[in-house]
Design a protein around this ligand. Structure first.
Ligand SMILES: Nc1ncnc2c1ncn2[C@@H]1O[C@H](COP(=O)(O)OP(=O)(O)OP(=O)(O)O)[C@@H](O)[C@H]1O
Length: 294
């Protein structure tokens, strides 16, 4: 499978503050990849680097095989970009902005925009400045789908959308991307939506990528373990036990390791664990388990 996005050894700093170092990842053609991370881990920074707005301190990003700093306009036109969900020309109506954008895109798909607007119950004469935050996000998303880009880059696409519209858009986007072979790179804080939308996931921690794996593999393999431990028992220091904590004599942590291996390592560490219990988790719980609650 060819990579549509290739990032190699990206390092970025704002002034003297390093955000991350040597970040490398690929987004294969036809896949939907979600970039997850706590507040301030550098998701928007990465999207801004990918869009060419920010120059990384070092490293290289290629999209469709071209270095993004020297990308030809024709290649740039193959990328649909949503930056923080908003439309610029807010004085225009739904209909006017559609006509305005259409002029820039030779493959413009008017029907894709209006199909989404119909689903969202917004009338053609409605002015963008008089819409709610969520409705503006919907217009921005409609304008991106109509561009018919080969790659969609969506920063916080669910900003302001209510649960029903988030579900509607996530399902619509997945169906559209799979039917048309589109590649999607997106961020969102609403991880429940990501579980049904994305194929692969990158979880960022402060300064680095914690993991990049298919969502199916994360759901199959990450387990939450709990067991009873005596008062004052030490916390396990094993790097494969993520964020262990004890609350009222119950030790809890997440791990990719199978039950038998966890039991063995606890015994080896001299932790007298009783009633070891494993549980499958949702993507959101896996995210919290792997990155910690705070
Ligand atoms: N223009 C800037 N100048 C200085 N620092 C910045 C600038 N933009 C972002 N930062 C800092 O860089 C870090 C990463 O910010 P970024 O917006 O990329 O995070 P994020 O993962 O998208 O966060 P969130 O989940 O809150 O949207 C943050 O600590 C932020 O304060």
């Amino acid at each position: 499978m060819e990579s549509v996005i290739e990032c190699r050894n990206l390092t970025h700093c704002y002034g003297r503050r390093k955000i991350y170092e040597n970040l490398s990842f690929d987004v294969p053609e036809g896949r939907i990849l979600g970039l997850l991370g706590k507040n301030g881990t550098g998701k928007t920074t990465t999207i801004n680097i990918l869009s060419g707005y920010l120059e990384p301190r070092s490293g290289e990003c290629r999209i469709f095989g071209e270095n993004i700093r020297r990308m030809r306009p024709l290649t740039r036109r193959r990328i649909g970009l949503l930056i923080e969900g908003h439309v610029q020309y807010q004085f225009m109506s739904i209909e006017q902005i559609e006509r305005f954008y259409a002029a820039f895109y030779p493959k413009w798909r008017r029907e894709a925009y209006y199909e989404l607007m119909r689903k969202l119950h917004v009338g053609p004469g409605q002015r963008i400045s008089r819409m709610s935050c969520g409705q503006r996000s919907q217009v921005a998303l409609g304008l991106i789908l109509a561009q018919d880009p080969d790659l969609l880059v969506l920063d916080d696409f669910s900003l302001g959308l209510d649960p029903g519209y988030r579900r509607l858009f996530a399902d619509y986007l997945r169906e559209y991307a799979k039917a048309e072979g589109k590649t999607v790179f997106l961020t969102s804080h609403i991880i429940q939506d990501m579980e049904r939308l994305i194929d692969d996931c990158i979880i960022m921690d402060y300064g680095r990528i914690l993991l990049q794996r298919p969502v199916g593999e994360i759901l199959d393999r990450v387990r939450r373990y709990t067991c009873r431990v005596p008062e004052g028992a030490p916390l396990p220091g094993d790097g494969e036990f993520y964020h262990p904590s004890v609350v009222r004599s119950t030790l809890e942590f997440c791990s990719f390791l199978p039950y038998g291996e966890v039991a063995r390592r606890l015994a080896e560490a001299g932790i007298p664990a009783e009633e070891l219990h494993e549980e499958r988790v949702s993507l959101e719980d896996a995210f919290i388990g792997l990155t910690g609650k705070y």
